[in-house]
Design a protein around this ligand. Structure first.
Ligand SMILES: C[S@@+](CC[C@H](N)C(=O)[O-])C[C@H]1O[C@@H](n2cnc3c(N)ncnc32)[C@H](O)[C@@H]1O
Ligand code: SF4
Length: 458
C-alpha cells in the first residue's frame, strides 16, 4: 500500500470519534441553554461591537440520498412548503434581531441545508430581504450557498448572483453510476459540468464540490475516475469527506449492503490515492479533508494559520460570533453553543408562541475554552504552539495538560505527532488520525461520556 500507516496502527485508531466541528461536542449539550439564556446572550452581543457570521438553515430536499447524515426534511416540490418555512424563519430573524437590539454587521452569510435551492426565486428573494432588513450584510464578505446540481437551474443561480451570493458549494459525492444508484443520487457528470459552467459564467468567486469516500461500491479505481472528472472541472475547493456511517442516527443507511462498503485499509487507500491525485492536479491539501487551488482564500487562510472550524466544517473566520437561524441550526455566541429544535412542527409551534426556538446547548467553562482552543489548533493548523497557549490563557501547556502527557507520549510513539519544548506538530500519518490526536484532549471523552455515538475516525 502506498500510505504511511501500518495496519496495526490503523486498526488501533479506527474507532468511533467526533469530527470536532464543536468542542464540547453535541452529546455534552443540554437544556441548560434555553430560549431565556440565549436571549440573554443575544442582548450581551448587542452591547458590544463584535461582528457576525450568520448561518441560515433550509432543511428541504426533494429526494432522499441514502448516505445523508444532515438535518433535512424530504418533501416533493411545493410552493406552500417553502412559503410557510420562510414565514416562520422571518419571525425568528425578527425575534433574534430584536433581542440583539441593534443592527449588526454580517461579515459572512451562509445558507445551508438540506438544500437551499429547494426555494424558488421569489422565496429566495423574500428570505434575503428579511435578512438585509434586520442585519447589515457586508457584500464584500463571504456570501455562500449550498446548491444541489439537480435543482440549481440557471435562472435560480442568476438570482443568487444578483442578490450578492459570491460562493457556491455543491454536492457531487461520486460520479460512478453504480455508486450513484446505490446511494439514490443519480446525477450524471454532464449535469454537474453544466451547473459548474453556469457558476463560472455568472462569476461566482469560488465554487466548492463535496465528495465522499467510503460509499458502497466505491473502489480506488472507480473513485480515481471520479476524481479525474472532478479535476477536469477545476472547482476552487473540494471537500473530500469520509463517509460517516451512523445508521442509528440516519436510518436509510441501513439499506446499504455492508459487504460493499469499503472499510479500514480499503477506505483509507481510497482517500490516500485521491489525495495524491488532487495534489498532482495542483490542489493544496487543507487540514483534515479539504483541498483548494492556491488562488483560493481557503488556501491562503490555511497557510497563514487563520483557518477556522465550526458546524459548516472548515471555514475562514471573518467574524467574531456565529449565529444559526432555522430549524436545527446551531450557533456559538458569547461562549455559548445553542441549537434550535430539530423537528419542523415544534419549530413552528415555538415561533407561533413568540419564543426563540432554542432547545439545547452548552455554556463553556474555562476548561472547555482551553481545550476548544487546542482542538481547534490541531484540527485547523496541525500544530499547537505552547507559547501561544500561554499568551492566550496565561497557563503553561505542559502543566495544565499533565494528565494528557500519556496520550501525547502514545501519539509520539505511534508516529502521529512530534512534541518538543514549544510545539506539538502533527506528522503526515498523524494528519490521517487527527481526530484521534484531538480525542486525547477531550475531557468528556476521557470520562467516557457518549463516545459510542460517533462515526469511525477513518
Ligand atoms: C447539505 S449537503 C450539500 C447540499 C445539497 N443538499 C447537496 O447534497 O447537493 C452537505 C454535504 O454533506 C455531506 N454529507 C452528508 N451526509 C454525509 C455522510 N453521512 N458522510 C459524509 N458526508 C456527508 C455531503 O457531501 C453533502 O454534499
Ligand atoms: S445530501 Fe443534500 S440533497 Fe441529499 S439528502 Fe442530504 S442534504 Fe438532501
Amino acid at each position: 500500500m502506498s500510505f504511511l500507516v501500518d495496519k496495526q496502527t490503523l486498526l488501533k485508531y479506527d474507532v468511533p470519534g467526533p469530527r470536532y466541528t464543536s468542542y464540547p461536542t453535541a452529546p455534552q449539550w443540554s437544556a441548560e441553554v434555553d430560549a431565556d439564556v440565549y436571549a440573554q446572550r443575544l442582548r450581551q452581543f448587542g452591547q458590544n461591537g463584535r461582528t457576525l457570521s450568520l448561518y441560515i438553515h433550509i432543511p428541504f430536499c426533494e429526494q432522499l440520498c441514502y448516505f445523508c447524515a444532515c438535518n433535512k426534511v424530504i418533501r416533493p416540490r411545493e410552493e406552500k412548503i417553502g412559503d410557510e418555512y420562510i414565514g416562520f424563519l422571518a419571525k425568528e430573524i425578527e425575534l433574534a434581531a430584536k433581542a440583539i437590539g441593534r443592527s449588526k454587521t454580517v461579515k459572512q452569510l451562509h445558507w445551508g441545508g438540506g438544500t437551499p435551492t429547494y426555494l424558488n426565486e421569489e422565496q429566495t428573494r423574500h428570505l434575503f430581504k428579511h435578512i438585509t432588513d434586520s442585519f447589515e450584510v457586508d457584500f464584500d464578505g463571504e456570501i455562500a450557498i449550498e446548491i444541489d446540481p439537480r435543482t440549481a437551474a440557471y435562472h435560480k443561480l442568476k438570482v443568487l448572483r444578483e442578490l450578492g451570493f459570491n460562493r457556491v458549494s455543491m454536492g457531487v459525492q461520486d460520479f460512478d453510476a453504480r455508486v450513484q444508484e446505490d446511494i439514490n443520487r443519480v446525477q450524471p457528470f454532464v449535469q454537474v459540468k453544466e451547473v459548474n459552467e453556469w457558476c463560472r459564467e455568472l462569476k461566482f468567486k469560488s465554487v466548492n464540490f463535496d465528495l465522499i469516500y467510503g460509499l458502497p461500491y466505491q473502489t480506488t479505481e472507480t473513485f480515481g475516475h471520479t476524481v479525474d472528472q472532478v479535476v477536469s472541472l477545476r472547482p476552487d475547493r473540494i471537500a473530500l469527506y469520509s463517509f460517516a456511517y451512523v445508521p442509528w442516527l440516519s436510518k436509510p443507511q441501513n439499506k446499504f449492503n455492508l459487504d460493499a462498503v469499503p472499510l479500514h485499509d480499503e477506505k483509507l487507500e481510497i482517500f490516500i490515492r485521491s489525495r495524491d491525485q488532487l495534489i498532482s492536479a495542483g490542489y493544496q491539501p487543507i487540514a483534515m479533508d479539504h483541498f483548494a487551488l492556491k488562488t483560493d482564500d481557503m488556501a491562503r487562510a490555511f497557510n497563514e494559520g487563520t483557518l477556522h472550524r465550526n458546524f459548516m466544517g472548515y471555514t475562514l473566520k471573518p467574524a467574531d460570533e456565529f449565529m444559526g437561524l432555522g430549524v436545527s441550526a446551531i450557533g456559538f455566541l458569547e461562549n455559548t453553543y445553542a441549537q434550535n429544535v430539530k423537528v419542523l412542527p415544534e419549530y413552528y409551534e415555538r415561533l407561533k408562541a413568540g419564543l426563540l426556538p432554542v432547545e439545547r446547548g452548552k455554556i463553556l467553562t474555562d476548561d472547555d475554552r482551553l481545550r476548544q482552543w487546542v482542538i481547534n489548533r490541531l484540527m485547523c493548523a496541525f500544530a499547537v504552539d505552547k507559547r501561544e497557549f500561554f499568551g492566550q490563557f496565561g497557563l503553561g501547556f505542559d502543566g495544565y495538560f499533565a494528565e494528557e502527557a500519556e496520550h501525547i507520549r502514545q501519539c509520539m510513539e505511534d508516529g502521529l505527532i512530534e512534541a518538543g519544548q514549544h510545539r506539538i506538530i502533527v506528522t503526515e500519518s498523524g494528519k490521517i488520525f487527527i481526530r484521534n490526536v484531538c480525542m486525547g484532549f477531550d475531557w468528556y471523552l476521557r470520562q467516557k461520556q457518549g463516545h459510542k455515538r460517533f462515526s469511525k475516525t477513518v
